[in-house]
Ligand binder design. Structure first.
Ligand code: WQD
Length: 340
């Protein structure tokens, strides 16, 4: 049985990916420093998959510790690297914190495996900025990121591409996520924002449950059908399954090169107001919202061309907006009765 190291495996996408790896017959070991997640997630994963996931608390910026871990764990067949800081706003205030953490962790990991490993890297559609052409394909030019967070994703991709170009033993797949939302159908794992949610859907569910006030729609004067900004929202379980597909492709040896990039979205865009409406329709919960000013750094509209992922990963998103909204709501209700 192949064993996969999942860094950041107690996080939102990481925890869902651990579940899907297990379901696909993989053994998993999680590394997390718990700086941005809750260790209770490990019990929640156990409640879903029936076994306690192997877990090591470790800061990937500690080179000696990472080397020691890899030297001791010689049975690791692949790595999915989620561990990174990802708060766009915070990254603007604390750029060095983001550059240090997001680059040291990645470089330590590759060095510890002597640049000889199958690696799936957690990237983001933020590397495209506002695309000139929609849907955006993997061949679209990347644009200067609006935030140090986005810049760490762009530069990390360049680090990986340039290293792969001279290191045949390093096989990397960068996965560019659009907007991950929703929760596992058991409502035992989901998104756990720390403090006031910056992202739309967790703010919606916290507003609906009475934890927050009305939602502020950040602008309705965009060049879109209803004036609010458009994104490509994808269910986190679909996203998790794509990581399993990426590991499988790397193991198959069928990759066209030792560095590949894939868009992970649904290929469809939804506006903020459409998401609010979809949430009300699927949950029966009425939402209060006001129209506010645009948010600094936001782009107007983006949705992904997912042709390449469908062809080469043999993967397509299957869960629709209704399931995204209802699963997110079920998770919020679970949290109310079972506070972490
Ligand atoms: C979505 C839309 C907001 C909150 C970011 C990162 C991206 C990824 C996902 C990590 C936008 C609007 C939001 C609110 C609103 N993160 N909005 N009121 O900004 O598309 O992407 O999170 O990988 O890298 O950039 O996601 O959920 O913050 O916003 O109107 O209270 O909802 O303006 O149009 P975003 P988001």
């Amino acid at each position: 049985m192949s064993k996969i190291l999942v860094t950041g495996g107690t996080g939102f996408i990481g925890s869902h990916t651990v579940v899907e790896l297990h379901n696909a017959g993989y053994e998993v070991v999680i590394i997390d420093d718990l700086s941005n997640s809750n260790p209770k997630i490990l019990q929640q994963i156990e409640a879903i998959i029936g076994i306690k996931p192997e877990f090591v608390e470790l800061d990937l910026c500690d080179e000696a510790k990472v080397n020691e871990f890899v030297a001791k764990n010689t049975d690791i067949d692949g790595v999915i690297h989620f561990a990174a800081f990802k708060a766009v706003g915070e990254s603007v205030q604390k750029p060095l914190k983001y550059y240090r953490n997001n680059f040291y962790s990645l470089i330590n990991l590759i060095n510890a495996f002597n640049s000889s490993v199958n690696l799936v890297f957690s990237s983001s559609c933020t590397v495209y900025g506002q695309p000139d052409i929609l849907p955006v394909t993997e061949e679209a030019p990347t644009k200067k990121a609006e935030s140090p967070y986005g810049n760490t994703k762009q530069i990390a991709e360049e680090i990986l591409q340039e290293t792969c170009a001279v290191t045949p033993s390093l096989k990397v797949t960068s996965l560019r996520y659009f907007n991950p939302v929703g929760a596992h159908h058991t409502a035992l794992i989901g998104e756990l924002p720390i403090g006031v949610p910056q992202n739309l859907v967790p703010f919606i569910t916290q507003s609906a449950i009475g934890k927050r006030g009305p939602i502020t729609v950040y602008g309705n004067d965009y060049d879109t059908p209803d004036g609010s900004a458009i994104r490509d929202y994808i269910h986190v379980v679909d996203l998790a399954k794509a990581h399993v597909a990426a590991i499988k492709r790397l193991e198959s040896g069928k990759a066209d090169s030792n560095y590949e990039v894939f868009n992970l979205g649904t290929g469809k865009g939804s506006s903020v107001l459409q998401i609010i409406d979809a949430f009300e329709q699927s949950t029966g919960q009425k939402l209060d919202y006001t129209i506010g000013a645009r948010r600094e750094g936001d782009i107007e509209k983006v949705w992904g061309d997912v042709t390449k992922s469908a062809r080469d990963l043999n993967w397509k998103a299957e869960l629709d907006i209704d399931v995204m909204m209802s699963s997110a709501w079920n998770w919020e209700k679970y949290l109310k009765d079972n506070p972490f």
